[in-house]
Design a protein around this ligand. Sequence first.
Ligand code: AMP
Length: 435
Amino acid sequence: MSFKALNLSPKLLKTIESLGYTKPSEIQQKSIPLLLNRKDIVATSQTGTGKTASFVFPLLENIEEENIKRTGDERYKIKALILAPTRELVIQIHKKIELYGENFTHKSVALYGGIKLGSQVSAIRAGANIAVGTTARVLDHIKNGSLNLVEVKMVVLDEADKMLEMGFIDEIREILSQLPKERQSVMFSATFPKSIRSLAKSFLINPITVEIDKSNLSSKQIKQKVNYVKEEEKIPLLSTIVRLNKWNRVLLFTNTKFQADKIVESLRNDKVKASAIHGDKSQSMREEALKKFKNGDISVLVATDVAGRGIDIIDLPYVINFELPIKSEDYIHRVGRTGRAGKVGEALSLVCKKELNRLKEIEELINKKLDVITTEGFNFEIDIESKKKDKKRGVNLKKAKELAEKMMGKDKFDSKNSTKNRKSTSKSPRNKRHF
Ligand code: AMP
């Protein structure tokens, strides 16, 4: 299918061509016609699949249609609202709107915390008709009287699962209550837990479910590997891997801000150029770190899950999980940062003994066993069978299985296909984990 077949305007087609996009991605092929027809949709789509354009293209077209009917100041009232969980993601979406909408009359404003309300108020007053924001900042503007949403025709909740996970449900509901009932509503989510389904039920009208082919989740060419290691040897192993392989563009995830700073310090001591990006860093520091990483001035960007969500780097060959995430769904989000737009990527997890249960939960969720690699000087083995007898598993496999069924198709998760019966892809001896 071509972009032309999607019924987009010549001016948008011109921009798409100049960006070098030759073919709509699957989520774009499925969502764009529905959204142009002003349907409500719930879409299961990860970052890296072209999902931003899948809602921004129709949004630009539909609002332009509205604008043609209006004149003067009337043209500049907020017509579309996009909510996203993090500042980084808000900035990223805003930039995409500016990029995709270069031949349109719309003005977009990005509303996020960490900077004063004033400059955003001026941007709204200067005439914006698309607002992209975090829930907290959008509410600040509503309460401040600087954001009027009564003319909104389209609302998009991007990465809705993350927003709920971060506890924004009340804020979302409060914002939605400010919007006119007659509107188009769109929800994107990488995973579909019960909370997301119930939110969708309450704010969308007869939504059409859009899912991308499950096999595409893994067709993103990401090699997923695990290197077992003693907890206290993780930092030396990390330095060794980065230096030995001359990896110069690594996005590294860890679970806490404290750990992120510690890793940066240790890497710098080992002469590896690194910076951290997390919630305790100011907006300008985060932007500076990201810029340096994109320019190649630093090799390793250390991020927590929240900060890492909005990072959009096409050419990101390596993701390292210094620790496995507490929530297995975050593994999917982390790994999805690499292998974007059809590029090849590699995701390596450094796993110590106490994380084995989490690893098992992740492998159940993605229905795949990670390939085991070893690094010279860091090997030892553990007998998994005896470990299983010793320790009762503390993970909620039922929940992981439910999510996995939603994401990848129920049939794959019948007991006959459980990980127990799958052939291991690891190169290690049966029932042995290498550390
Ligand atoms: P997203 O999933 O929206 O974060 O998009 C991932 C990346 O793919 C973005 O940086 C886009 O520039 C790029 N992209 C989006 N649509 C296409 C397309 N149809 N062809 C090639 N690249 C695309």
